[in-house]
Design a protein around this ligand. Structure first.
Ligand code: T4K
Length: 404
C-alpha cells in the first residue's frame, strides 16, 4: 500500500501493479459449461444463421427481461442501426453527446442527423427539459441513453415523444439486468438496445440485442438482420447481416448462469470503492439506486478540480503511472468527434453540462478481475494524489525560473 507522496510512481517510484489493472476486463463464466456448449455446436456443425443456441438465448433473454421479443444481434451498434431503420427514423434524431460514439454513428451511418442535446449533470442522462427545445420540424425520434446503466427519466421522455409525435427508443448498452420503477429495462419506448460487448459485465464476446413488446417491429428486425430473407429464396426487404453467431450465444447462455454472482462482485467492488474514496475532497463516486435491480458495472468518479486540487486528467496520469488504466469515458463528447465536429462546430454552445462532465468524469477498474485489495490500493493512490495535490503539482510542473 502506498502511504507517502514519495511512493507515487509518477515521482520515480515503482508502479503499484506489476500487471495493468484494466477497465473493461471481461467476466468469464463457467469454462467447463462453455466448452461443453462449444463442443455441442461443433458436433452439430451449426455455427450461425439462427441456430439452436441463438434461439435458446433469445428465449432466455425475453423471459429474464419480461418482454415479448428479444432479437439477438452481432453487436449493439448494428442493432441500433437496424431498429432505427425499422422504425423509420430519418431527418433529425435527438441524442445525448455524452455517450459512446456508436449512438451517434448508428444514425449518421444512415444519413440521419444526430442532434446533440445536453444532459442533466446530476444523472448524466438526457435532460428532458432541453430535449423539447431541440425539436424541429425535421425531428423524427429520440434516443435516450441509460448512461452507466442508470435509467433515463423515462416518463418525461415518453411524454414528450407522445405529445410531439416522435418515436422513442433507448440505448440500454449499459443497462442489462437493471430495472426502472420495478420493471426491467427492455420494456420501455418502442425498443431498447443492449450491448454484450466483451467489456460489458455480461458479454457474448461481441453481441447485442433489441428488446421490444411490438410484434411487427420484432418481425421486421428479424428480416432486416438476415438480409431481408423470408425463406430460402425469397427476399422481401432490404437487409444487412446483423446475426449473432452460435459461439456468441453459447457464451451468453453460459454467462446468464453466473449473472447474479458477477453482479454481487460488482456491487461488493462498488461498496469497497465507496468506503475507500470516502471524504476525499473534490471526489464524487456515482451512486446507484439500491432499490432497483442494478448491475453495478461501472465505477464512475467525478473530479472537481477546485476542491480536489488536481484535475481529472492529472489524476488519470497518476493512475496510469501506477498501472491503473482508468478511462476517460466519455471524452471528448460526441460533438467534438468527426464528422460531427466539422458539421456542427458550435454545438458545444448548447452543451455546457456535457462539456463540463467530459472534463470531470472517469471510470475505474471493476468486475471479477478486480479484488478488494486492489481496490484498496487504487483508493490509496487517489487519496495520496489529492491530499498532496499541491506538492504533486510543484514537483511535476516546476514553477518557471526567473518569475516572481
Ligand atoms: N452505446 C453505448 C452507450 C455504448 O457504451 C456502446 C459501447 C455502444 C452503444 C456500442 O456497443 P457495441 O457495438 O460495442 O456492442 C469500449 C467498448 O468497445 C464498447 O463496446 C463500449 N460501449 C465502450 C464504452 O467501451 P473502447 O474503445 O474503450 O474499447 P477498448 O478496446 O479501449 O477496451 C476498453 C478496455 O477494456 C481496455 O482497457 C482493455 C479492456 N479489454 C477490452 C477487450 C475488448 C479487455 O480487457 N479485454 C477485451 O477483450 O470501447
Amino acid at each position: 500500500m502506498k502511504t507517502t507522496i514519495e511512493d507515487l510512481a509518477i515521482l520515480a517510484g515503482a508502479s503499484a501493479f506489476a500487471m495493468p489493472l484494466h477497465v473493461g476486463r471481461p467476466n468469464i463464466g463457467d469454462r467447463t459449461r462453455l466448452f461443453e456448449r462449444i463442443n455441442d455446436l461443433l458436433d452439430r456443425r451449426w455455427l450461425t444463421n439462427y441456430g439452436p443456441f441463438v434461439q435458446e438465448f433469445e428465449q432466455r433473454l425475453a423471459e429474464f427481461l419480461g418482454v415479448r421479443h428479444c432479437v439477438a444481434m452481432c453487436n449493439a451498434t448494428v442493432a441500433l442501426e437496424i431498429v432505427t431503420r425499422a422504425l423509420g427514423f430519418q431527418g433529425e434524431v435527438i441524442v445525448p453527446s455524452f455517450t459512446f460514439i456508436a449512438t451517434a454513428h448508428a444514425l449518421q451511418w444512415q444519413e440521419i442527423t444526430p442532434v446533440f442535446c445536453d444532459v442533466d449533470p446530476s444523472t448524466h442522462n438526457l435532460d428532458p427539459a432541453k430535449v423539447e427545445a431541440m425539436i424541429t420540424p425535421h425531428t423524427t425520434g429520440i434516443i435516450g441513453v441509460h448512461v452507466w446503466g442508470r435509467p433515463c427519466n423515462i416518463e418525461a421522455l415518453s411524454e414528450i415523444a407522445a405529445r410531439r409525435g416522435l418515436k422513442l427508443i433507448f440505448d440500454a448498452a449499459h443497462a442489462f439486468g437493471n430495472s426502472y420503477k420495478g420493471r426491467m429495462i427492455g420494456n420501455f419506448g418502442a425498443a431498447e438496445v443492449f450491448s454484450f460487448h466483451a467489456t460489458k459485465f455480461f458479454n457474448t464476446f461481441e453481441g447485442g440485442a433489441v428488446a421490444t413488446n411490438d410484434d411487427d417491429l420484432a418481425a421486421k428486425m428479424r428480416l432486416m438482420k438476415n438480409f431481408g430473407f423470408a425463406g430460402h429464396d425469397t427476399v422481401i426487404h432490404v437487409g444487412t447481416n446483423g446475426k449473432m453467431s452460435e459461439i456468441s450465444a453459447a457464451m451468453g447462455l453460459t454467462g446468464l448462469e453466473s449473472l447474479d454472482e458477477v453482479i454481487a462482485v460488482n456491487r461488493r467492488n462498488h461498496q469497497a470503492y465507496s468506503v475507500g474514496l470516502q471524504d476525499i475532497p473534490g471526489l464524487q463516486l456515482l451512486a446507484y439506486n439500491d432499490n432497483e435491480r442494478c448491475n453495478y458495472q461501472y465505477v464512475i468518479i467525478e473530479v472537481n478540480q477546485k476542491a480536489a486540487g488536481i484535475d481529472r486528467d492529472e489524476l488519470v496520469r497518476v493512475l496510469h503511472a501506477e498501472n491503473v488504466l482508468a478511462r476517460r469515458y466519455f471524452y471528448p463528447g460526441c460533438h467534438e468527434m468527426e464528422p460531427y465536429r466539422s458539421h456542427f462546430p458550435h454545438a458545444g454552445l448548447l452543451l455546457p453540462e456535457t462539456e463540463q462532465l467530459t472534463k470531470r468524469v472517469m471510470s475505474l477498474p471493476t468486475g471479477t478481475a478486480v479484488g478488494p485489495h486492489e481496490i484498496d490500493t487504487v483508493c490509496a493512490i487517489i487519496r495520496l494524489a489529492v491530499t498532496h495535490s499541491q506538492e504533486l503539482h510543484r514537483r511535476l510542473i516546476p514553477e518557471p525560473k526567473g518569475q516572481p
